[in-house]
Design a protein around this ligand. Structure first.
Ligand SMILES: NC(=O)c1ccc[n+]([C@@H]2O[C@H](COP(=O)([O-])OP(=O)(O)OC[C@H]3O[C@@H](n4cnc5c(N)ncnc54)[C@H](OP(=O)(O)O)[C@@H]3O)[C@@H](O)[C@H]2O)c1
Length: 235
């Protein structure tokens, strides 16, 4: 038996990988009402199973985070609901990112999903975030975007995550007076479609860590770059 829902989570990319495990983790904790976005609800079987098991606590929304109308429709559906945590999890890592095989169109798409969309979501849900007692925006970034790690390759992905880090750092400054905490997180190297089978941790461990960090954040944490295990990440 879980406790009645008292807080609201909005989660993007909830149909597979880390996002699906985050939905499971917040449900398991009790006390959370989850609005789970995914591009194609008709193909999100695992997420649909969760919603069927928790009809009063998990609502699935068709959400393409690169589409302004789709994001606006979610904001409209939420109405005046206070949003305690916005978790920008949706992300892409396209192939063709080496110097010999650079796909610039794919790079632009990666910037749309990984960099622009978290800002679009944050701005669209700003009214609902303002209504919450302890509002938090958590954007899943990556160690691959850290300027402190001089690595090559994956140009599109690395630059899109470095850019979202900088955008969220600015947002943290701008939203501080509104009481909204903004952080970016590295979720670990995780065994998902993106991370691959030889990654270091499973999605359950990553999601458990992100849940613990996200739900413990206060305004004093705003502007931080954190890891799934709560440790600081270098910028
Ligand atoms: N796995 C790792 O090792 C790792 C490491 C560092 C950072 N990350 C970050 O962690 C986050 C989750 O990664 P993951 O490993 O769980 O990846 P994943 O298994 O590939 O899942 C990506 C999720 O993002 C969704 N998505 C992609 N484009 C979207 C769009 N335009 N609108 C809405 N949703 C969209 C996907 O939906 P569809 O099913 O519709 O494609 C899917 O739900 C990403 O931000 C990723 O960059 C992952």
């Amino acid at each position: 038996m879980t406790s009645p829902a008292t807080s609201t989570l909005v989660l993007t990319g909830a149909n597979r990988g880390i996002g699906l495990e985050l939905a499971r983790r917040f449900l398991a904790a009790g006390g959370w009402r989850i609005h789970a976005g995914c591009r194609a609800p008709g193909h999100a079987e695992a997420l649909a199973d969760l919603a069927a098991a928790h009809p009063d606590r998990l609502t699935i929304h068709a959400l393409d985070v690169t589409d302004g109308a789709s994001v606006a429709a979610l904001a409209q559906a939420l109405g005046e609901t206070p949003v305690d945590v916005l978790l920008n999890n949706a992300g892409v890592l396209n192939p063709h990112q080496s110097l010999d095989d650079l796909d610039f169109a794919a790079w632009e798409h990666e910037l749309q999903v990984n960099t622009l969309a978290p800002m679009r979501m944050a701005l669209a849900l700003r009214p609902q975030l303002r209504r919450a007692a302890t509002p938090r925006i958590v954007t899943i970034s990556s160690q691959m975007g850290s300027l402190a790690r001089p690595r090559s390759g994956s140009y599109a992905y690395r630059s899109s995550k470095a850019a979202v880090n900088k955008a969220m750092q600015g947002l943290a400054v701008d939203l501080q007076d509104e009481g909204i905490c903004v952080v970016v997180m590295h979720p670990g190297w995780v065994r998902t479609d993106m991370g691959g089978s030889s990654a270091e941790i499973d999605p359950q461990e990553s999601a458990a860590g992100i849940f613990s960090v996200a739900t413990g954040l206060t305004l004093a944490d705003t502007g931080r770059f954190l890891q799934w295990n709560g440790e600081e990440h270098s910028w």
